[in-house]
Design a protein around this ligand. Structure first.
Ligand SMILES: C[S@@+](CC[C@H](N)C(=O)[O-])C[C@H]1O[C@@H](n2cnc3c(N)ncnc32)[C@H](O)[C@@H]1O
Length: 379
């Protein structure tokens, strides 16, 4: 099978002084091409079979099959193309648009198509978000915080766990990764943070992005959360569908810097979020765990039944006999709360973090470029 032209390949390799590897490279490319071709043939045959099947089935027009009220509650992207949509499948619960996107009529969780839902289920998420230009979502402003979360990442999580216009709550809001993410997908959000400096940065970033400003209150979350009068007045009659929080990772940032952080900053001094005593980032791990669990006990009163709690956390390096699996400690602590069920996690790997040769050449020391996204559901 002559899938590639060896003569053309040799010309390229000659220019790069790699002609002696010609056979090796030729065989490798041939193998890749053969596999690709076989997969494509399978995919196209499958598509032809499905299309033929579909062509023979009578089409049910969605606009005629569904009532006005059923159409009214559909996500915008479905509603906007309802005249070209059809109902498919034996159960008559799936609506398909002209572009092939499908939406399940029984989807009570989010506004995603079947394929988007499936994509989110990947348990490992590797990203390299931009830190400059328009796609950085005002990173130049938000970087004044020691660990801002990318709004695009928060938007993807929010889009999975809520529908349009629902309410999101983040009571460790920092410079507003969750609040910006909520605005980007048209959700309402409430945020708390100890620091008014961080609120100012959020407002500046929000203004630069021209987004809807969300409610951001400064204060100690634990104090605010346990004040029933204040909370009821704030939430009025609506509960959050999602609590999305990124708490301090124990006292990780209030320790002197080492490794890559030291290399970048050329300074060992710690970067605590604030110097306040009630900052959870200035507490020992056990003290953090107790306070954090208490905040969740108070906070989930404002989460809908069936709503989700999503928590970001990063492990620390193991030391002597200490495993430092902070994510496991949090799962165990929160799973003792009666109304909550731990239902799984995703791993977020931030590929924009440079690797540091820890331990080289003597010992294995991992680069922790990943964080855990822990997911709980309220019963
Ligand atoms: C990891 S950061 C959150 C970053 C945020 N996700 C963002 O995108 O900017 C944790 C935040 O918790 C805040 N914090 C710590 N203790 C707090 C408390 N007791 N009440 C309210 N906020 C607190 C810190 O000021 C810090 O901004």
């Amino acid at each position: 099978m002559n899938l590639i032209n060896k003569f053309e390949l040799d010309k390229i390799l000659y220019k790069k002084h790699l002609e002696k590897y010609s056979d090796e490279i030729f065989n490798e490319i041939l193998n890749i091409a053969k596999n690709g071709l076989e997969n494509k043939i399978k995919e196209l045959k499958n598509k032809e079979r499905v299309d033929k099947n579909d062509d023979n089935k009578p089409k049910i027009k969605a606009a005629e099959y569904l009532s006005k009220t059923e159409i009214e509650i559909l996500p915008k992207w479905v509603k906007n193309d309802i005249d070209n949509a059809v109902i498919i499948g034996e159960s008559k619960q799936v609506i398909q648009l002209k572009n092939g996107k499908k939406y399940h009529l029984k989807n009570k969780l989010n506004d995603l198509s079947g394929a988007e839902w499936n994509y989110f289920l990947n348990s490992v998420l590797c990203t390299r978000y931009r830190t400059s230009g328009e796609e950085s979502y005002a990173h130049d402003i938000r970087k004044a915080h020691p660990s801002p979360k990318p709004p695009q990442l928060m938007k993807d999580i929010i889009s999975f766990f809520t529908k349009e216009s629902e309410l999101v709550f983040d009571y460790f809001a920092g410079v507003g990764g969750t609040l910006l993410g909520s605005s980007l997908c048209n959700r309402k959000a409430i945020g708390f943070d100890l620091s008014s400096h961080y609120r100012g940065i959020y407002q500046k970033a929000n203004e630069k992005l021209g987004l809807q400003e969300q409610t951001f209150i400064c204060g100690d979350s634990l104090e605010l959360l346990k004040d029933n009068g204040f909370m009821q007045n704030l939430f009025k009659n609506e509960l959050a569908s999602l609590i999305l929080i990124d708490p301090p990772y124990g006292d990780m940032l209030s320790r002197p810097k080492t490794g890559e952080a030291l290399k970048q900053r050329k300074d060992t001094s710690p970067t605590p979020f604030t110097n306040l005593k009630n900052d959870l980032g200035n507490m020992s791990w056990q003290e953090f765990l107790d306070n954090f669990k208490q905040s969740i006990e108070y906070g989930i009163k404002y989460l809908k039944k069936g709503g989700h709690l999503v928590v970001f956390i990063k492990d620390l390096q193991p030391k002597e006999k200490e495993d430092n699996l902070l994510h496991a400690d949090i799962v165990k602590a929160l799973n003792t709360i009666n109304e909550l069920n731990y239902i799984g996690n995703k791993i977020w790997a931030d590929l924009s973090v440079n690797l540091y040769p820890y331990g080289y050449p003597f010992s294995f020391v991992a680069n922790q470029i990943h964080q855990f996204i822990l997911i709980f559901k309220k019963r």
